[in-house]
Write a new protein. Structure first.
Length: 280
């Protein structure tokens, strides 16, 4: 088993916490970012210098670059950079405030982009590494009442997939993780809702709001198992572009891709009809 140094955003809860616990237990080093340092006191006390911590709000782009630079400087190298920090914003597009929309995209999309941009010069200089982007099945499939959440996840998946092609010559592998529902605080802890508009009682968007407000349904996914697969993927060469985790994720993505492919194939003749005739 190879010992590595990891940089993970949002290590105080969810997948970030599960990954950090498992990595430290096996002897890897973790550079973790948090919003509340005291939530990591137990792991810091147990593992000491194996756990490097910094306060970070990923919506602060200059701070992202300062923290990433300091982590590389203090630890010498980072083998895997994990974009994990993020949260869900739910409600019909019309129900969300401008402030909520900006913060959602600043966190889930632009924050992740800035972490990658800050890390790439260091990864190139050290001769390679791995970038891991935590997304969701919602990066390829959609649900009502989640338009802005999907906007961020579809956006970051496009950015990451294109970046994978840019950095392949530098021995930098890239993986997008697409988990389904997992028993973390994401759904019933950090998720946020837009102000209610009564007209949407008749819309499918209300299903998502009720799902979160009632907070009674357990997710099917085991976050510890998912974290283990994410960690193990660092040993795969070449890096898998996508990791689909959870039967709900597989089913949702399979349905979405099948429907999109069928719709595309139905338009083949129309698409080709818009080309100039071939030159003879």
């Amino acid at each position: 088993m190879t010992t590595r140094t990891w940089f993970i955003t949002g290590v105080n809860s969810g997948f970030g916490r599960h990954m950090t616990e498992q990595l430290l237990a096996r002897g890897d080093r973790v550079a973790g970012t948090v919003r509340r340092m005291e939530l990591m006191d137990d792991l810091k006390e147990e593992y000491g210098d194996l756990l490097w911590l910094a306060h970070l709000d990923v919506t602060d782009a200059p701070a992202v670059h300062r923290v990433v630079n300091k982590a590389f400087a203090d630890l010498g190298r980072l083998d895997v950079v994990v974009n994990n920090a993020g949260y869900g914003l739910f409600g019909a597009a019309e129900e969300l405030t401008d402030e909520q929309i900006r913060h959602q995209l600043d966190t889930n999309l632009l924050g992740s982009i800035q972490v990658v941009r800050a890390a790439l010069p260091h990864l190139r200089a050290q001769g390679g590494g791995r970038i891991m982007q935590v997304s969701t099945y919602g990066g390829q499939a959609t649900n009502p009442g989640a338009s802005l959440y999907h906007a961020g996840k579809w956006g970051i998946e496009g950015f990451i997939e294109a970046t994978m092609k840019d950095v392949a010559p530098f021995n930098i592998g890239v993986t997008i993780v697409e988990p389904g529902g997992a028993r973390t605080a994401f759904r019933y802890g950090s998720a946020r809702l837009g102000p209610r508009i009564d007209a949407y009682e008749a819309s499918p968007a209300r299903m998502t709001r009720r799902f979160i407000e009632e907070a009674v349904q357990l997710s099917i996914g085991d976050p510890a198992k998912m974290a283990r697969i994410m960690i193990d993927s660092a040993d795969q060469h070449p890096a898998p572009l996508r990791l689909v985790l959870g039967s709900d994720s597989y089913n949702a993505i399979h349905k979405a891709l099948s429907e999109r492919l069928a719709a595309l194939e139905a338009q083949r003749e129309l698409a080709f009809s818009t080309d100039f005739p071939p030159v003879e």
